[in-house]
Design a protein around this ligand. Structure first.
Ligand code: ADP
Length: 628
């Protein structure tokens, strides 16, 4: 039994191919995690790194509390089951299962006990004397499982174990492996390209594409709230339908207009998390709806389509159609006009019919046409609030507040301005009040829909806030983006500062031993780092690491101003940025312009900055890679 932690894991093959990028996950003991994605997305590479069969280029892998990056596979207490079974053909089933244990010099008595127990669990007791060639694919796969089972490992790794089996056997083995997981109470990590396997077996699923994790979630969350179009299309069968549409809000309704001019109305309430900039009818967005979330009628409600084919599967019927009502207008290329609908208990739909399709407004998905990322984030990224500034005052949300100096300088005069306010920038305070329309639990956060005229302002609020309350709040001015006349004029202050520097080592004799010390060098600041970080950087870049530049990132809150005579990065103060609630000094140091948090009355020409090496993240400046 074990938990695992993969922290910023990368794999760059020797030919330079980046097979896995920044893979992070905490896997709890006894979870059944599935890695799923199309061929070549990096699933097996990740699994093989966990097994120790492939070196880890960067990042940390923990099994339990132990860092195992450099641990031999045999010491990791894991067992792996492969697609190819990898059984020894000349040995009997018993010998195959006993082989690994005999290698470990386990007493024959104990081996027998374990093999018999595993054989009983897998229902292969009667085959123990047979050779694998005299067995079916499904039986061989059980032997492969048995060979893993007898080792009583902390973690089971399974790499496409069922893909050599036929569909019926695959379905049966799925159930068996799930049952095995339940009875063993061990952590399972399972690789497959088959979304049905992923959905039916995983407690959580990692969806991957081209070496990048797309989403990590429970099966139902992946199905209901896919983060992007790729996940939406990958999970579910038949696949989600996608259409290019425009959206226009008209009061309580959002009009969805298809390329062929068809329109469907959705209640604004159902899509209110979509940012207003997508609701003007001038931006193409991708509309996604699953086949099972469309109903068919003949009365003219919804999108008009001509039925091209009908598959009657008994319990359900799959209707294939094309939007529009003239089949000859279309070619096979008209992908955006194809629609698949799954209906139950309908035998009145036939090929050639013109029917209407109505999406269930509770189940609609929208994605940005370019980034393909959902427009319906569980917690919206931004609220846009329109404001008017006059002198040193700003009118917004029905209130007039003082303009912070940073805003006055950026605005350059009176006028209309729009504020991009992320929900976390709405903080407790007394500058504004709005009524709480409703509260939604999002993971462990409370998302409040604050009623702002005919729209919502989304805020994260404490547990005690309830629907119907009046919520008092203020704005964290430094976390807000300002736009004026369609241009960004002041960007929110990021959480991190980043500086470029070099990496060095020194070798000293301590009590007769050779000891290496490693340092980050940023401007005139030299900061010693833990030896393991030094070894990590060295293992990735070799001895070139002492020639390369690195990007050092530090959370702004961890940068402190120290005395003139202390160790630190020397900087010149070039000015101040005052956000009212918080004030920063602009510091020129190590060729960067840094924003350093200071007290309201702080004044200086020069400063020394310091931070702890444990708070520094190190990135390669050559490829996108977090080293430590
Ligand atoms: P998956 O298991 O998702 O099908 P893999 O992890 O096997 O994908 O491979 C991920 C990518 O890395 C693929 O593009 C593959 O071609 C590449 N790859 C795998 N092994 C090597 C290797 N030894 N050298 C170079 N590239 C490799």
């Amino acid at each position: 039994m074990a938990n695992l932690k993969l922290s910023h894991i990368y794999k760059v093959y020797e030919n330079g191919h980046k097979a896995v990028n920044d893979f992070c996950i905490d896997i709890a003991d006894q979870e059944f995690i599935v890695f799923v994605g199309p061929s070549g997305c990096g699933k097996s590479t990740t699994l093989r790194m966990i097994a120790g069969l492939e070196t880890i280029t960067a990042g940390d892998l923990f099994i339990g509390d132990t860092l195992v990056n450099d641990m031999e596979p045999k010491d990791r207490d894991i067992a792996m089951v492969f697609q190819s079974y990898a059984l020894y053909p000349h040995m009997t089933v018993y010998e195959n299962m006993a082989f690994g244990l005999r290698n470990r010099k386990m007493p024959e008595e104990e081996i027998k006990k374990r093999v018999l127990k595993a054989a009983k669990m897998l229902d292969i007791e009667e085959y123990l004397d047979r050779q694998p060639k005299a067995m079916s694919g499904g039986q061989r796969q059980r032997v492969a499982l048995g060979r893993a089972l007898v080792r009583d490992p902390k973690v089971f790794l399974l790499d496409e174990p069922l893909s050599n089996l036929d569909a019926k056997l695959r379905a049966a083995m799925r159930t068996e492996i799930t049952a095995l997981h339940k009875s063993l109470k061990t952590t399972f990590i399972y690789v497959t390209h088959d979304q049905v396997e992923a959905m039916t077996m995983g407690t959580r699923i990692v969806v991957m594409k081209l070496g990048y994790v797309q989403q990590i979630d429970t099966p139902m969350n992946l199905y209901n709230e896919p983060y992007n179009k790729f996940v939406a299309g990958f999970i579910g069968s038949p696949q989600m339908n996608f259409f290019d549409v425009t959206l226009k809000r008209e009061g309580d309704v959002v009009k969805v207009t298809f390329v062929n001019g068809d329109e469907v109305n959705l209640p604004y309430e159902k899509v209110c998390k979509i940012h207003e900039s997508y609701l003007n009818g001038d931006k193409t967005v991708t509309f996604g709806i699953r086949p099972e979330h469309v109903s068919v009628n003949k009365e003219g409600h919804g999108m008009r389509l001509i039925v091209t084919n009908v598959e009657r599967l008994g319990n359900e019927t799959i209707v294939y159609g094309k939007l529009g009502d003239h089949l000859e207008e279309f070619t096979m290329k008209d992908e955006g006009k194809n629609i698949v609908i799954k209906v139950v208990d309908r035998d009145d739909i036939n090929a050639g019919d013109v029917v209407y399709a109505e999406p269930n407004p509770e189940k609609v998905h929208f994605f940005d046409a370019e980034t393909e990322v959902t427009l319906m984030n569980k917690v919206p990224l931004f609220n846009t609030v329109h404001a008017k500034t006059v002198g040193n005052k700003m009118e917004l949300l029905g209130y007039t507040v003082d303009l912070p100096e940073a805003y006055i300088n950026a605005l350059g005069g009176d006028g209309e301005v729009s504020l991009g306010i992320p929900p976390h920038a709405i903080v407790e305070g007394n500058d504004f009040e709005l009524k709480v329309g409703r509260i939604e639990k999002v993971d462990d956060k409370n998302l409040a829909y604050l009623v702002n005229g005919d729209s919502y302002l989304f805020a994260l609020v404490p547990d005690e806030v309830k629907a119907g309350d009046i919520y008092h709040f203020a704005l964290a001015n430094e976390k807000i983006n300002l736009r004026k006349d369609g241009k960004d004029i002041l960007a929110a202050v990021s959480d991190e500062e980043s500086m470029v520097g070099t990496f060095t080592k020194t070798e000293v004799k301590e009590n007769g031993d050779r000891v290496l010390h490693f340092f980050y060098n940023i401007g005139d600041y030299t900061i010693e780092t833990a030896p393991e970080n030094g070894y990590k950087i060295n293992s990735i870049d070799g001895n070139n690491c002492y020639k390369y530049n690195y990007r050092y990132a530090v959370n702004r809150d961890n940068i402190r101003i120290v005395g003139e005579n202390e160790e630190g990065l020397s900087g010149k103060v070039t000015g101040y940025v005052d956000y009212g609630n918080i004030r920063f000094a602009k510091v020129k140091a190590a060729d960067e312009e840094l924003l350093i948090k200071v007290d309201p009355d702080f004044k200086a020409d020069k400063v020394k900055l310091a931070f702890d090496s444990k708070d520094v993240s190190v990135y390669s400046t050559r490829i996108e890679l977090k080293l430590c």
